[in-house]
Design a protein. Sequence first.
Lengths: 357, 357
Amino acid sequence: MSRFWVDRVTALQPYVPGEQPQFPSLVKLNTNEHALPPPDSVMQAIAAIGADQLRRYPDPAATTLCAAIAHAEGLNPDQVFVGNGSDEVLAHLWLAFLAGRAVQTLDTTYGFYPVWATLYGSDLHEVPVNPDFSVDLNALKASVLPVVLANPNAPTGLAISREEVESLVKDNRDRLVVIDEAYFGFGAESVVPLVHDYDNLLVTRSLSKSHALAGMRVGYALAHPELIEGLRRVKESFNSYPLDCIAQVAATAAIEDQEWFREASGRVVANRQAMISALSALGFEVLPSAANFIFVKHSHLQGEQIFAALRAADILVRRWDKPRIGDWLRISVGDEAQTERLLNVTEEIVSRSSANR
Amino acid sequence: MSRFWVDRVTALQPYVPGEQPQFPSLVKLNTNEHALPPPDSVMQAIAAIGADQLRRYPDPAATTLCAAIAHAEGLNPDQVFVGNGSDEVLAHLWLAFLAGRAVQTLDTTYGFYPVWATLYGSDLHEVPVNPDFSVDLNALKASVLPVVLANPNAPTGLAISREEVESLVKDNRDRLVVIDEAYFGFGAESVVPLVHDYDNLLVTRSLSKSHALAGMRVGYALAHPELIEGLRRVKESFNSYPLDCIAQVAATAAIEDQEWFREASGRVVANRQAMISALSALGFEVLPSAANFIFVKHSHLQGEQIFAALRAADILVRRWDKPRIGDWLRISVGDEAQTERLLNVTEEIVSRSSANR
């Protein structure tokens, strides 16, 4: 630390993203990237960028991209806000609507929420999930505090229904409800249709998972224009141009390629089903996932042990050394070859341990 | 506004960037983009990006880019921090080192400083520049408060020497001095060599102007590792991956192409000199610029009048409707054809007005 740091910075405990090693034999299933490459239409849009576009500032309002998102979601452009990944969108909404306020979230959810809470001086109430990791909606409703929920939740993959979210949103119209749909497109019911009816609902999305564009850093928020205007004010007081010109055209092409989205999401869901069936047969408890990852726990092998054995076989998954979830592993859904490799290696690990018992 | 906005957001008055209209006949000299396209090496680096890189998260630490910057500047990578444009870097340093504190800057400088001050609750002391727009260093030294200076300054283009900055930095080693070198490369003396000797100096840079990459959004900070670590903590508590994979390779290629940088900077300086000579001959007062723009005022024509006449001829420059600078225009240095067009149209405007007197 340094004598120049403000106190809040000294207190920060930054979010630690999953590691990003790269070597050819690695099966990387730790950061929930899409199993498939992004659509060709994205590559074509990038190839069409000329040097003069790089020279000029990008459109600070990302007008074309916002219009494409609005069109795809049946909303108006003034109900859309875009940012540098949904992490930036969430950071801005935290500052705009939650800074200095008490906020509810779950005790088992995306690890960045407590970090933003510290950064922006929010007192975070971490409401425990049920023993089966499901959301205790009544506990959330018992408080007037704003709520931040990932749906489907991470790292569990569990989703709640639109009806359940609506019951929370309409229970108190003065309670802001943020639904983080970073993992939309893989089976969970989106709550975006509710944006028309409620001004206390804010939905965030990312193209990192749904559209295989983690490398491009594009996320967005959908909400009532007054909430969007709050986000815009923060953004325009922070960095006028958070999305470079290439990210804007790449994201626009991806959003417009609805056929790719349907097909690619379908393949992820099919591979997820194959993983769930095979791992269940090997003695794993697998939560019913609506995301492009699964959350699993073996009946007798420890999470740490399986993590290490997979790592030794060049398969990287994610595990948190935390009380409730230390024996669970979060495994991203890979492509067909990766799925096969994961399942073969896991079968070996399990049979080796059975032989040693 | 909305009942969900926190008070600080209601109070924000966002920065308004220069307008970005685009039509073929427009001579756009209002946002200080580089006169020339970026180097071919950048286009080649972008063309080499594969779909699988877009699918994966980018390197959160931008290791290769930081190493390239460190190498180019004769620093260690732990003295380098990169962000989504120098605006994001400045926003993060404001939160890390200036939030909630009183801060000194100039009354005539980059218009985003007061916006960050409001966003992060800093009381901003705007020290008046001298009547000739030069910096009153003694006034800054008279206070113990941290200082944020653009050098060369915007919108004046005036630079102070490394020796002058050093006198401020060493005058009080507990005073943080931020030097915003967004316009480096066009003639001002950089203070980067001082980073080795002072832990209370932080230099920010942008590739938007110097490397013709405004469209890619890459900026950086150079400072003592303890200051860099403060920036990293804020960034990692805000958005793990602010630079997409393409921005990282494009910026790395640009930084490494030192020959392009020398030649392109030289052409900008030559065009600037041509503008200064011709406009001086037409009765303009022109401040001695060390940037890729000039700040000019006509001996008898009003700033508003010239701005409108240029605009009518499809030439866009920048003007602020503010007390001290309302009669001044900031004109970006264009390429040779744009310079010729600007000078021809300005000559017409001036002779028309002389004929009408």
